[in-house]
Design a protein. Structure first.
Length: 318
């Protein structure tokens, strides 16, 4: 064989391999690396809360049940969610396996959320957090064993790279009757006390988010100082320096997050600590309507509530 031809063949082979590796390196990205920005030049982390109603729906005419995990996964990717708190989700071993099914569906559409925290409820309505960022620790708090509320609270610590984020999600007792209202008020007060005790003076410099279905359906839930929302905002005292803020109440003009045939209400909230509220504005919070699947069934009776967390808020404080 001609040595010049052999040398040329080897050169071409090396060139093809180099080009292939270069293309491959551009296509591979770390799962929890800084994701693409929703707004060019403004790197954001999108954090959501969503009551997904068991990830299933029933056609009222045919009584046929549909599993909605692929559609919910598509909605999460479409909204570019990085961290999401779920309510009314079923932990494996109960009447469903929602977490595994959702993770498989997300993996299948290249929007993997491999990090999970969950809390089992005495009822069938469990809690979970799925994240593209590492969850360094999590725990179930405020268990309802001898308490008036029906479900616990899930607490998770998430490593954002720039800073740790503490995320709490809960599903408070529903309905407007006095017993249900009292349960919400008691759990809100207990959660506020837990946060004050856990963080102490550092509460003002820590990234903390309360995100969930707090079922604030009564006018009393919105009462200043003594209502469920103000208790969760730590506004039950005279010290305003540690006040939290419900971003959707502040910026979305009381738009409902829940809608049924009979009524609409603000049940879901994203409530943030002073560190985050200091920089938040109208563009920091949005409601995403659940998409309809191919059978024209709603994904949930709740809408997805989304926080746009600007990473510069965290860098400023370092």
């Amino acid at each position: 064989m001609n040595m010049n031809k052999l040398h040329l063949s080897k050169s071409k082979t090396r060139y093809i391999i180099v080009v292939f590796l270069a293309i491959l390196s551009l296509s591979i990205h770390p799962l929890c690396a800084q994701n693409q920005c929703s707004v060019p030049g403004l790197p954001t982390i999108r954090i959501a809360t969503w009551n997904v109603k068991d990830c299933s729906a029933t056609n009222q005419k045919t009584k046929e049940a549909f599993l909605l995990h692929p559609f919910i996964a598509e909605a999460i990717k479409e909204a570019r969610i990085d961290i999401i708190a779920f309510q009314e989700i079923q932990i494996e071993g109960r009447k469903g396996a929602d977490i595994a099914l959702l993770q498989d569906a997300l993996m299948g559409i290249d929007w993997a959320m491999p990090h999970v925290a969950s809390a089992r409820s005495p009822l069938n309505d469990d809690l979970a957090i799925l994240s593209r960022f590492p969850i360094t620790e999590s725990q179930t708090i405020l268990a309802p064993s001898e308490q008036p509320w029906p479900r616990p609270v899930l607490e998770a610590c998430i490593d954002l790279g720039d800073m740790l984020l503490y995320l709490y999600t809960a599903h408070f007792k529903a309905y407007a009757d006095q017993e249900s209202l009292s349960a919400r008020l008691a759990q809100a007060q207990a959660l506020a006390s837990h946060i004050r005790q856990y963080f102490g003076q550092s509460i003002k410099e820590t990234a903390i988010i309360l995100a969930g279905d707090f079922n604030t359906v009564s006018s009393y839930d919105m009462e200043s100082k003594i209502g469920t929302v103000d208790l969760l905002q730590l506004r039950d005292n005279e010290d305003s320096t540690d006040d939290f803020l419900s971003l959707n109440l502040e910026w979305l003009n009381f738009k409902p997050t829940y809608k049924s045939k009979s009524y609409a209400s603000i049940t879901d909230h994203i409530i943030v600590s002073p560190l985050l509220s200091a920089y938040a504005d109208r563009d920091s919070i949005e409601i995403v309507d659940p998409l309809l699947n191919e059978n024209s069934l709603s994904l949930s009776d709740h809408k997805m509530l989304v926080l746009n967390l600007d990473r510069r808020w965290l860098v400023i404080q370092k």
